[in-house]
Ligand binder design. Structure first.
Ligand code: CS2
Length: 522
């Protein structure tokens, strides 16, 4: 078997990759890179696995169908990410893991350039500034996670320039575009929350206003980012993309890939020459692109009006997928699971997932045009979550839960409250109680475990300091937290669910075995 390496020689060896079982790009990658260098159209901020398996794959489909420009990728935090991408000549393998255990590896070449964009990264800033100044640029997509939309006051106060923080950095680049002639542009949040377009618009305008009032940007800049030449389309994004798994790396190595190996990241997690994902994927975009757009239709991207996209997004983020994930994440960590697929074989957990999605979610969801929420949920529960080939872990999903609970459960609770049915909710309050139980960092056997990263851990520890494992009555010390709408998306006491959460929490605090017993009793 020949050793195949993803590096500067790989583009000349695509037929060998193909013979080894890899799907390969059907276009002239060097010509695409040259065209992109000259006429950039698409910038993406946030170079994670999700980007690789969703956006980059959609772009590759368009390129295969005859489109001529690819993606200019920028990453803001860990410099290792772009180093890793450069080491493989910006090529990577997207490995689709099917339910029957088969693997479909594809070499993806749609990233034309990759740049590090921290304040110290002069080259990245110079290149991205030139790209933003170019009227050809049509869109910027972002995957910077929920917390990426919150800017540190010090990042904003630093004013425009080579700043840290996703939104201030984006605003600096936008200011360069504004000064260079203010060509229109679409700024596309592809992060996982409802009305993500509006959230991005608010974040960008907030930074712009702060700069204007500090005299660091002209007032016209505020009018431009707030006017109709800068659009903020809403989106729905969906593809379960676990962290790259060593087992998948080994399977790629068996096919001949010599450098599939994983590198530990200084900031946690792993970097690899591949991403691994499921077969299903949805990229649904509101068709609002004031400077034109790539031929998304040829990339299996669905375009719709604002209402259709918001409904699709609410269906996925607040009802049929992400709430199930968050409940499984905290319960899975407590019960010692490391695989989502294994959890789906646990009948207690299975009931919880059905309870949250079908019993409590579906009745308040609005069907998006052309999509059937019931069928979507059925596919999630019967196929996607139980996919034995997908190495997804509750520990991955448990990261940043404080940034997710409000988005994922708040809307459903609000709708039930409006319909007068909030007091009959059981499973969602159980999931919230399980999160609080999770925050105590003691598993269901009574052993300490390490919680996944979350920006609010220290604050939450402080606010929950009165809640003690083994002392059920201390559950009431969580009452104040439950009133915090900035976390739960709604004041849970006002909505009529706080007492149910506290009753569940009381059960879960009994001691070892209480999580299992609480789940079983539901
Ligand atoms: C997960 C998502 O990390 C999480 O919280 O729920 O990454 C999930 O896998 C995606 O939204 C699937 O589209």
């Amino acid at each position: 078997m020949t050793a195949l390496t993803l590096d500067a020689t790989a583009l000349d060896r695509l037929p060998e990759f193909e013979a080894a079982g890899f799907t390969v790009p059907q276009y002239d990658v060097r010509a695409m890179r040259a065209a992109t260098a000259e006429r950039p159209t698409w910038v993406h901020l946030g170079a994670g696995n999700f980007f690789r398996s969703l956006h980059a794959v959609a772009a590759q489909r368009m390129l295969n169908a005859g489109h001529d420009t690819g993606i200019i990728l920028a990453n803001l935090r860990d410099p290792q990410v772009v180093e890793n991408s450069s080491a493989t000549d910006d090529l990577f393998v997207n490995a689709v893991l099917r339910e029957d255990g088969s693997i479909e590896p594809e070499i993806v070449a749609s990233v034309a350039e990759s740049w590090h964009l921290a304040p110290e990264a002069e080259d990245g800033w110079a290149r991205l500034t030139a790209v933003f100044e170019n009227p050809s640029l049509q869109l910027v997509t972002l995957t910077v996670t929920e917390k990426g939309y919150l800017s540190d006051a010090s990042d904003i106060a630093a004013g425009p320039g080579r700043v840290r923080g996703a939104i201030p950095a984006l605003c600096s680049l936008l200011l360069a575009r504004f000064r260079a002639g203010a060509a229109p542009i679409a700024l596309v949040s592809t992060d996982n929350f409802s009305e993500n377009g509006e959230r991005l618009a608010a974040a960008v305008r907030g930074v712009a206003e702060a700069w204007i009032s500090a005299g660091q940007a002209p007032a016209e800049f505020g009018a431009w980012v707030g006017g109709d030449r800068v659009a903020y389309p809403s989106t729905m994004v969906d593809r379960i993309t676990p962290a790259p798994s060593p087992a998948v790396g080994e399977r790629l190595a068996e096919l001949g890939l010599a450098n599939a190996q994983l590198h530990e990241r200084a900031s946690g997690g792993a970097l690899a020459a591949f991403s691994n994902t499921e077969a299903v994927s949805y990229l649904v975009l509101e068709d609002a692109f004031p400077n034109g757009r790539p031929p998304f239709e040829t990339g299996e991207v669905v375009l719709g009006d604002k209402e259709t996209v918001s409904r699709a997004d609410r269906m996925k983020v607040t009802t049929c997928l992400n709430p199930l994930h968050t409940a499984m994440a905290v319960v899975g960590c407590l019960l010692g699971y490391t695989r989502i697929a294994e959890m789906m074989k646990d009948s207690d957990i299975h009931r919880m997932v059905v309870g949250i999605g079908a019993t409590e979610g579906l009745p308040v969801v609005d069907a998006p045009e052309g999509m059937d929420p019931q069928a979507f949920l059925r596919e999630v529960i019967t196929k996607r979550l139980p996919n034995p080939g997908l190495p997804d872990a509750p520990q991955r999903i448990a990261s940043d839960t404080s940034q997710k609970v409000g988005i994922r459960f708040g809307e459903t609770i609000r709708r039930h409250a409006a319909a007068g049915s909030a007091e009959s909710l059981t499973w969602i309050p159980f999931a919230i109680a399980a999160w609080i139980r999770y925050l105590l960092a003691v598993d269901d056997q009574g052993n300490a475990f390490e919680r996944s990263p979350d920006p609010l851990l220290a604050q939450l520890d402080e606010r929950l300091s009165g809640v003690e494992f083994g002392r059920p009555r201390t559950a009431t010390a969580a009452r104040e937290l439950l009133r915090d709408a900035s976390i739960f998306g709604v004041d849970l006491a006002e909505a009529g669910v706080a007492n149910t959460v506290l009753a569940h929490l009381t059960t879960l605090l009994h001691g070892p075995g209480a999580v299992r017993a609480g789940l079983y009793a539901l």
